[in-house]
Design a protein around this ligand. Sequence first.
Ligand code: SF4
Length: 542
Amino acid sequence: MTTSSVRSRHNAKGQGQWALGHTEPLNPNEQQKKDDNPLNVRARIENIYAHRGFASIDPADLRGRFRWWGLYTQRKPGFDGTHTGVMEPEDLEDEFFMLRVRIDGGQLSVEQLRAIAEISRLYGRDTADITDRQNIQLHWIRVEDVPDIWRRLEEVGLSTQEACGDCPRVVLGSPVAGVSADELIDATPAIDEITSRFIGDQSLSNLPRKYKSGISWLPDLPYETNDLSFLGAVHPIHGPGYDVWVGGGLSTNPMLAKRLGTWVSLEDVPDVWHAVTQLFRDYGFRRLRTRARLKFLVADWGIERFREVLENEYLKRKLDDLDEPAVAPALIDHVGVHRQADGRYFVGAAPVVGRVTGTVLHQVAELAARHGSDRVRTTPGQKLLILDIAESDVDAIVEGLRELGLHADPSPWRRGTMACTGIEFCKLALVDTKERARETVLQLEKRVPDMDTPLAIHVNGCPNACARTQTADIGLKGQLVLVDGKRVEGFQVHLGGGHALHAGLGRKLRGHKVAATELADYVERLSRRYLDERTDGEVFAA
Ligand code: SF4
């Protein structure tokens, strides 16, 4: 397609693409972002709202710009899923906030983990969830306490800036970057450069929609579901570098990212990241929020056109071609005890669905420090790693973690199950997720102890798919279902999604719904059938 035909089509549609001259806001979100750069809300939080309290907060800040600093209002307790979508969001809104701490690359020092744990215990009623984007999320935060929380985080080099909102979110990275024996390049310098150059840059803080990226040598990130991913690949002439993927995203119009067909060196990753981000800012569709993610632009243009605009208008040079590299059989989750390249070890442990507490995080920090480690990692599978352990200390670390409910040798059920925030705190949720998933894991551990491979079971509270509904073996999308004429919590089931070699979106079978109270029974039946009927080496997604 030529440049002029693309332009005329979009001019006719008026999708709010800035690069085509459509700079007038076409919806209230765009208007709010234009009225005042969302990052500016920090000064109002520090100077006004923290002193005058929740009632003083301008609604445009509360429900819009606060997100750019990692703050969302929590769901008011006592309102079940029948209220979601019926009541106005503000009626479901509590005076407390969820606070997301961004952890780029999932990299934490012991001091940083201690700081998060302390904040959780002081201000967050001891709550803490490891998210499937390597962040740690706290709850029950009051606006009055936010300035002190920022001070404590920033003293140790952490931040909540752009942890949410229409901006570059946390940059995912391999939890074992720099220590893995299988890694050819450590992406950490590129992640550090991106966060220091571009996070908080007001020229990138008004994107059409959220923007998720990741960089890893290993296939240990859900690279097909990011807006932009750099995945390790060897070029036949230039050697190790990265294969570039664009346009992934799930939610209600799920799409897997596509290869750009290019090779990028480690040194060039930040500039290519910047160029793709600018392209999204300028050409992304801003008319409808439901069609604003980068995936819609990639789908509309096609990869060839996307690459052409990226090279000609932003990078001003051609990228190197890269034929399709070999695809890994599955994503790596790093659970267990593994030898590092330097001969020491790392231990990956599984909480149930990412739920921990400030107290547990504090104890993990003390455990790591006691055994000479200063590095802890979070993973996109809601797991936690301690790095740099001497061989003589491995058993003590494994046992110490187990005492905290963090298992380095978890059951396949515990290992493969993830859950989003759900109705406990999320205003968009229709159903409970964390507790339902926890109960289901405990039930399945008793009922199907012979399961010998982790099944990815992703429990989501609504269609937004924060816990990647469609790329699970068993993806569960929260909704109200009819049982004996009554609307009760339940799930639409998506079966057979996957990543890497088995990348694909789960099949949504018509009428294939399960009541939440029946979830363990349902998964038990399904897993028994899989165990009984699988042929040699057959994975669930097949
Ligand atoms: Fe909330 Fe829905 Fe996301 Fe779960 S999937 S955290 S319920 S928006």
